[in-house]
Design a protein around this ligand. Structure first.
Ligand code: SF4
Length: 420
């Protein structure tokens, strides 16, 4: 009896009634996804290329899958970004972050400074530090383990989410160890998880143009799989809206899905829209490089990813540093269920020309989530629920770096109070 009621409820909330208005090819693909069948790269490309009218059905299905996976909860993590150096000579063309040693603004933090930043973060309620840096030519391969040991000695409970596959590749080659040995050592020192950044677009041609293929698609996949197999989970990312096409997006997300089927080690997908303004890739060829994805593409990326990854990866994060909090709130209606972290010191997007600030406090994230009609939920890095803010609010803290007059949630003042 209970099953029947559940089934009937599911039918009532099913997006299928919205499929009638769609063109036949898109309807067939969405029905296939709703039946739990895996979509091919070609089918996913068709979803990314769908017309505005067909897109409505895509958003409905994404919304439906998101509700099934996460209910009304939208999560965030209290964390701090620590970018220990921006000195890097790898020359990735999209990167506005890297500096040469002699450049103004070149930075190098000592272990003591990194630990100090982690302590400040924990005092502000952070459960995670997210640590990444440039590939400084003089960096010793042991520096990565020294960071982890230094932090864990002082803050045994904090989760260290650190080192992209590019940094793992660099550290392993500097220490002349295999990826497995290098990762296992970091895990023993206290590394909790790694960011799945440096993926950009997992396509040989595109990567050749973006990164000169220094970290190839095969290596990225090998390092991520090795991390998962030794028990280090990771996020997954895609950087889109530059020289890429929709078939690259489809192939990329399907690759992420296939890795997940094998390892189960991804915690989330984080779509990262390309920020062009200070990026050498755009500045050197403004005719052929796009200025990041448009609104329609941003919506498609989050909703189609939700559909492709349904049943495999439950968490789709929308990045407020890339999109800004106002648009991030809209994306919570079409497939995303996570607003990422407080960050405290966002610097990678800012270095590429991003204008969305360094920090959004937990209280502000909670206000954005409530304005979207969802339930704010503080999580840890591995998506375990720490606190639900349905009837109360997180502690109101001043941002770590003073903002002056900027208020990232001023747009909420335009929304009638009864809707907040
Ligand atoms: S993306 Fe990373 S590896 Fe590439 S140049 Fe920038 S800092 Fe260096």
């Amino acid at each position: 009896m209970l099953d029947r009621i559940t089934l009937e409820n599911r039918e009532l909330s099913s997006p299928i009634k919205f499929f009638n208005d769609l063109t036949k090819p898109i309807r067939k693909i969405l029905e296939k996804a709703l039946e739990g069948k895996e979509l091919s790269v070609q089918e996913c490309t068709k979803l990314f290329d769908a017309s505005p009218k067909d897109s409505k059905g895509i958003y409905k299905l994404a919304q439906h899958f998101q509700k099934e996976a996460n209910g009304s909860q939208v999560s965030f993590v209290v964390n701090r970004n620590i970018n220990f150096t921006n000195i890097c000579y790898m020359g990735c063309k999209f990167c506005g972050f890297a500096k040469r040693v002699e450049d103004n603004g070149a930075e190098w933090l000592s272990i003591e400074q990194i630990v100090q930043r982690a302590k400040e973060a924990q005092a502000r309620g952070a459960t995670e530090v997210c640590i990444q840096g440039g590939l400084h030519p003089k960096l010793s391969g042991n520096f990565y383990r020294e960071i982890v040991i230094g932090i864990k000695k002082e803050l045994p409970d904090i989760h260290i989410h650190a080192f992209s596959p590019f940094e793992i590749w660099y550290g392993a080659s500097k220490t002349k160890t295999s990826y497995e040995e290098f990762l296992l050592d970091l895990k023993e020192c206290g590394l909790g998880s790694i960011p799945g950044t440096a993926a950009e677009i997992l396509d040989v041609d595109i990567r050749n143009q973006l990164t000169k293929n220094k970290l190839s698609t095969e290596r990225w996949i090998e390092i991520i799989k090795t991390a998962h197999l030794v028990g280090i989970p990771s996020s997954a990312t895609i950087m889109y809206g530059h020289i890429d096409k929709t078939h690259h997006w489809a192939a990329h997300i399907c690759k992420i899905r296939d890795i997940q089927k094998e390892t189960g080690g991804f915690t989330e997908l984080v779509p990262l829209s390309f920020i062009y303004s200070d990026s050498p890739l755009f500045l050197s060829d403004p005719k052929n490089v796009r200025k990041g994805p448009n609104l329609n593409e941003i919506k498609k990326m989050h909703s189609v990813s939700r559909i492709i990854l349904n049943g495999r990866i439950n968490n789709i994060q929308v990045s407020w540093p890339k999109l800004g909090p106002k648009l991030a709130k809209e994306i919570l209606q079409i497939g995303a269920n996570d607003l990422g972290g407080t960050l405290m010191n966002e610097s990678i997007s800012r270095a590429a020309g991003g204008k969305n600030g360094q920090e959004i406090t937990a209280k502000e994230l909670s206000s954005i989530i409530k304005a979207a009609g969802k339930t704010p939920t503080q999580r840890n890095t591995l998506y375990q629920v720490l606190e639900i803010f349905d009837k109360h609010e997180p502690i109101d803290l001043e941002p770590l770096v003073p903002r002056g007059k900027d208020n990232p949630i001023s747009f909420l003042e335009m929304i009638p109070k009864e809707k907040l």
